[in-house]
Design a protein around this ligand. Structure first.
Ligand code: 4AD
Ligand code: MG
Length: 436
């Protein structure tokens, strides 16, 4: 059969081939037989369709193979596209040729299996319709991020993955043997981006990021993808505006291409549209504490970070993502500067997603004060020598600049309505899971 004759299931369901003879290639998704007729559901990347195989419409050998083939067998079939209201999606293929490319062994995954079992079988479970929908949306989100920054004139810029210094605190560093010395896996692209802006001014990147998170939550991965930006001459409020635009743009792109995937994932499309058309509020940490105190009867000691429980209670009062600025300085990373208007707080922000998906973006203006950063790093027990190159950036033509990082899996989990961030990445890595 000629290559051009393979059609996509989605196109059949869209009515492009009604009454025609077509060929499709894919895998058996479901199958049952009743004597002289076999009903199979075939899947390809674009969807699923019913194929009916009637004894007598094709050779006896082909019919027997169709009866015998278990789910996940790979097949090539040819037949007539018929509109039929009894078929699950309104169309079926009446098969005239049925070729089994590979007879699958009994598939280890059945109905209602535990999340841990499905993670053990991840290499097979990624074929599920749920994960297929998630990874299609994820690809669009990744594409949207590139498009968004390129449209704004940002230049893609790479940092090393092997880094001698921390960016977000020593506690979550993954140590790597580096010949006869040690180094760490990247916690962030940021420090190198701060060098890059002196050449390129506005830069972005999306890359793997590693954190040895000791907490087992539905929001933390040990390996995740971060989309970061850094911009010369911008202050905190400039980058907050960009972050809000970026999230709206991502939503628009997903809504443009993935209505049926969102439906499959039981995501509320109208709700996402509403968010894509909204302004997102910006509040301060102090205002967040006020909301928790007055509306939730929850007293938080000033100076403590917002934990999951507080973020979730806060977000009960918002329908869109919310930006929170001015967290207490001392609990923030060393590079976040004090706000001159309120020096106990930092010129920093988090964007928190609705419905318990937590912090999706974290960013700040960057400190230009070498002495301040030296003190913070020394307090954290860091070897200052490793940061001299970074301080050089403040010695040679220093300028105000700001940036942020977006957690790709957090955004995917939110948009795809997932219970757990693990399903936002093909092969999740957590404290307890590093295979397959
Ligand atoms: O808030 P974070 O730690 O910020 C930074 O790393 C900055 N250096 C970024 C920058 O300014 N260029 O991480 C940024 C985002 C978080 O808001 C969160 O969405 C995500 O990365 N994130 C994680 N996602 C999954 N698993 C984890 N363990 C994550 N840790 C952070
Ligand atoms: Mg953060």
């Amino acid at each position: 059969m000629d290559e051009q004759q393979w059609v996509k299931i989605r196109d059949i369901l869209d009515g492009k081939y009604t009454g025609e003879i077509v060929g499709i290639r894919g895998w058996i998704y479901r199958t049952r037989s009743s004597g002289s007729i076999v009903f199979t559901i075939i899947r390809d990347v674009t969807g699923v369709i019913q194929a009916t195989i009637k004894k007598g419409s094709l050779s006896d050998e082909e019919f027997e193979n169709a009866e015998k083939a278990l789910i996940e067998s790979s097949v090539k079939i040819k037949g007539e596209v018929v509109e039929d209201p009894r078929a699950p999606d309104g169309y079926e293929i009446r098969v005239k040729k049925f070729e089994v490319v590979n007879f699958a062994e009994p598939f280890p995954i059945g109905e209602d299996q535990s999340p841990e079992f499905l993670l053990d079988q991840r290499h097979l479970w990624i074929r599920s319709r749920k994960l297929t929908s998630v990874f299609k949306i994820r690809s669009t989100i990744v594409g949207a991020i590139h498009k968004f920054f390129r449209n704004l004139g940002f230049i893609e810029f790479e940092a090393p993955i092997l880094q001698p210094n921390q960016c977000e605190g020593g506690a979550t560093l993954f140590e790597v043997k580096y010949y006869d010395r040690k180094t760490y896996l990247s916690q962030s692209w940021q420090l190198y981006a701060e060098a890059g802006i002196f050449a390129l001014e506005r830069i972005y990147n999306m890359g793997p990021t590693f954190r040895a998170e000791k907490s087992k939550t539905s929001r933390h991965l040990s390996e995740f993808w971060m989309a970061e930006m850094e911009a010369a001459w911008m202050d905190l409020y400039d980058v907050i505006d960009i972050a809000k635009d970026e999230i709206r743009f991502i939503l628009e792109e997903v809504l443009r291409y993935h209505k049926s995937d969102l439906e499959y994932l039981q995501q509320d499309i109208e709700k996402l549209k509403g968010i894509a058309d909204s302004e997102f509020p910006t509040i301060t940490y102090d205002e967040a504490l006020d909301i928790l105190r007055t509306k939730e009867n929850m007293e938080i000691e000033w100076g403590k970070d917002l934990r999951t429980i507080e973020e979730n209670l806060l977000m009960k009062h918002f329908e869109t993502p919310v930006v929170v600025t001015n967290y207490p300085l001392e609990i923030m990373a060393f590079y976040k500067p004090p706000d001159p208007k309120n020096p106990k707080t930092a010129l920093c922000f988090d964007m928190i997603a609705p419905e318990g998906y937590g912090e999706i973006i974290g960013g700040s203006q960057r400190s230009l004060d070498i002495e301040y950063m030296r003190r913070r790093l020394e307090e954290a027990g860091e070897n200052i020598e490793n940061y001299e190159w970074y301080f050089d950036l403040r010695r040679y033509g220093s300028i105000p600049h700001s940036g942020y990082g977006l957690g790709v899996e957090r955004v995917v989990a939110w948009i795809c309505n997932l219970d757990n961030i693990k399903d936002a990445i093909p092969f999740p890595r957590t404290m307890n899971r590093y295979r397959p």
